[in-house]
Design a protein around this ligand. Sequence first.
Ligand code: KG4
Ligand code: ZN
Length: 337
Amino acid sequence: MIVLGIETSCDETGIALYHTEKGLLAHALHSQIKMHAEYGGVVPELASRDHIRRVLPLTESVLHEAGLTLHDIDAIAYTQGPGLAGALLVGTSVAESLAFTLNIPAIGVHHLEGHLLAPLLEESPPPFPFVALLVSGGHTQLMRVSGIGEYELLGDTLDDAAGEAFDKTAKLLGLPYPGGPAVSKLAEMGRPKSLKLPRPMLNSGDLNFSFSGLKTAVLTAANNSARDDVSKADIAHAFQEAVVEVLTAKCVSALEQYGLDRLIVSGGVGANKRLREALDLAAKKRGFAVFYPRLEFCTDNGAMIAFAGAMRLKNAAPGNHGFTVRPRWDLAELAAP
Ligand code: KG4
Ligand code: ZN
C-alpha cells in the first residue's frame, strides 16, 4: 500500500509517500520559518495562506521523485490536529477532496502520534513496548507505548513545554525564532559552570516537568549580566544544561519505574545535540537503548504522518470524506486501530 502523507498543522508544509513494504519513497518539506521570523513567531493567517501555495506543488514533486502518479496512491493520511485551525483545514480539505476524486480512503492523523512513531521510520526500529519522550514546541510528555494507539501518559509538563522554554529563552537573549536551534548554537560558546540555573522538579518524585520557572531564572540572569555576547552564551549554556539534565533524569526514572530498556525520543527538541549526548551517555551507563528519528524528522514533516496513517489504515474502515479538524486534541483520547 502506498500512502501519501500531508502535514500542515503549523509552519511547515510536509508531504511524503510511504510504501508499507518498501518504506519511505519520497518526502519534501517547505518551512515557513523565514516568513514568520520577522514577526518573532508564527502568524496563523500567513501560515494557512502559505500552505495553500505549497501543498499541491510539493505533492507533485514527491510523486515525480518517486516516479509515480496520483493514481498509484492507495490512501491519503493528513494531520487532523492538534494545531492551528486554518492551517489544519488546508491539509484536511486537500486530502479529503483528493481522496474523494481518486476514490481511495483518507485518514486524519494525530500530529503527536506522528512525532511519536517517527523513530520507527528508521532502520532497526525498536519493538513495542518502550518509553517515549515527546519534546516539541507544545508538548513535553513521557509515555509508555505498548502498540499503535496504546499510549499511557506517565508524565507531562505542568506549564511551558521544553521547546517553548527554548523559544522564550531565545527571545529574552535577543535570538531569532525558532529559539531551539539558535539557543543551542550559542550554548556551544558558553563557558561550562560559569552560571548555574535551577533544575525544576528534578527531585519531585514523579515524572512531571515544569519549565516556566527556568524562564524566569533566565530573565533574572539576563538582567544581572553585562548583556554582552559572552554572558549571553553562558546563559544559553546554563539553560540548555538545566533542561537536558531534567529531561535525561526523568527518562531514566521512567525506564526504571516501568522496567523497560528502550527509549525513543521525538519532537523538535529531540534534534538537540546536547540532549542526544546526555541520553546516549545515560544509556551506556545504565544499559538501555535509545532511538531517535533522523534530524529532519524530529521537527514537523510529512513522512511521520504518512507512516502513522499507514499503521492505522491497515485496520481502518473506509471514511466518508467529511471535513473536520481538531485544533485541540488530547493524545490520550486515541484508541488502537
Ligand atoms: O516538533 P516541532 O517541530 O513542532 C511542534 O509540534 O511543536 O517542535 C518545534 C520546537 C520549537 O520550540 C523549537 O525551538 C524546538 O522544537 N527545537 C529545538 C531544536 N530544534 C527545534 N529545541 C532545542 N534544540 C534544537 N536543536
Ligand atoms: Zn510537531
